[in-house]
Design a binder for this molecule. Structure first.
Ligand code: AHG
Ligand code: MN
Ligand code: MN
Length: 336
């Protein structure tokens, strides 16, 4: 039986050849990242049958305890990408500094940033987790690569995506021509196009936020959530549902699949930090995907993709999803 399904490879070749959207080097990069995600998926799916569960007993630059799978996923992405000649360097949530491609390999023109395993608190309880990645072009005009080369706003990304390890393993990707989703066919070991031109409804009745932090929120966020909780009898005139998976990848995947609003806002627990989530390898790639699907992403006051980064691991307040809801929350911030 002839397989008429479109594989990731064919989708990328067509993006390169037919639409002229991506050069062959970027196509190669995305294929390598997808293969690395497939390997991470197999490690994740072993669970207690493998030896990748539990804590690694070390702390990362974020001051968070690392899980074994955080490190395995990080090493998998480094090893898969360093020899191909498409990258100049990589940056990861799990590494303090940038990782420059070793001299024994050719250097390329792209920079790859990633959260190798997002939602790590869910690893040991069998809840969906994922890998998030973002691709920038290395700035020209100087040999080699420096830390500052990574400090580009999210509107300079050339590709962004994630792979969610859930009931299905699904790769979600944009190269600036809309959002496409590829489901892993485990029998053939290939990612198959299952959705493209994904669109998010501009309105929603579903919000995602960690409610246990309510007493720490700023007034605009508090006002928005109070109005949602007041339901049909309140100012919104409709009832809302709530979801919080504590894996950004899984919450964003739900929003790309059926709409919704996701918020991890600044709160006064650590007032010196602008938020919990990281700009370069969580908010920027997710923000671009959401915008490419017709949604919006701000930090309450500014489009996330326009934020000029000051340092590699900087954090940001995140409000993203259905456009009209993001605009409402953002308007509450500008009213203060
Ligand atoms: P990571 O596991 O990469 O550190 O990311 C976890 C993030 C994000 O995925 C999720 O939305 C958020 O942390 C959950 O935070 P809480 O546990 O505070 O709800
Ligand atoms: Mn994360
Ligand atoms: Mn992580």
């Amino acid at each position: 039986m002839v397989d008429h399904r479109i594989s990731l490879t064919r989708y990328l070749v067509e993006q390169q050849r037919v639409h002229g959207h991506i050069p062959s080097e970027l196509r190669l990069l995305l294929e390598v990242v997808a293969r690395a995600c497939k390997r991470i998926s197999f490690a994740v799916n072993k669970g207690d049958l493998g030896d990748a569960m539990g804590s690694a007993g070390s702390e990362n630059v974020q001051g968070e305890m690392q899980k074994k799978l955080d490190i395995i996923a990080n090493e998998t992405l480094i090893e898969a990408n360093e020899w191909g000649g498409h990258l100049a360097a990589m940056a990861s949530e799990e590494m303090e500094g940038i990782y420059i491609v070793p001299n024994r390999y050719p250097q390329g023109e792209y920079l790859l940033l990633f959260d190798p395993l997002d939602g790590s608190s869910n690893i040991d309880v069998n809840v969906s987790i994922g890998t998030i990645f973002s691709v920038l072009r290395k700035p020209e005009g100087h040999p080699g690569v420096q830390d500052a080369d990574f400090l580009q706003p999210g509107n300079r990304q050339v590709a962004a995506g994630y792979c969610v390890y859930g009931p299905q393993t699904t790769l979600v990707l944009t190269v600036g021509d809309g959002v496409a989703m590829f489901t892993l066919d485990r029998e053939q070991g290939s990612f198959i196009l299952t959705r493209e031109n994904v669109r998010i409804a501009e309105d929603t009745q579903e919000f995602a936020i960690n409610m246990s932090n309510m007493r720490h929120w700023d007034a605009p966020v508090r006002r928005y959530i109070d109005e949602c909780l007041a339901g049909a009898e309140g100012p919104r005139g409709k009832n809302f549902n709530m979801r919080w998976i504590a894996s950004m990848v899984a919450d964003v995947h739900r929003i790309l699949s059926r709409g919704g609003l996701f918020m991890y806002p600044w709160d006064k627990r650590e007032p010196h930090k602008p938020g919990k989530l990281r700009l370069m390898y969580e908010a920027n790639p997710m923000g671009w995907l959401i915008e490419q699907a017709g949604g919006a992403a701000t930090n309450g006051r500014q489009r996330i993709l326009d934020i000029q980064p000051g340092q590699l691991h900087e954090r940001v307040s995140v409000i993203l999803g259905s456009k009209n809801e993001v605009e409402r929350v953002t308007s509450y911030h500008s009213a203060t």
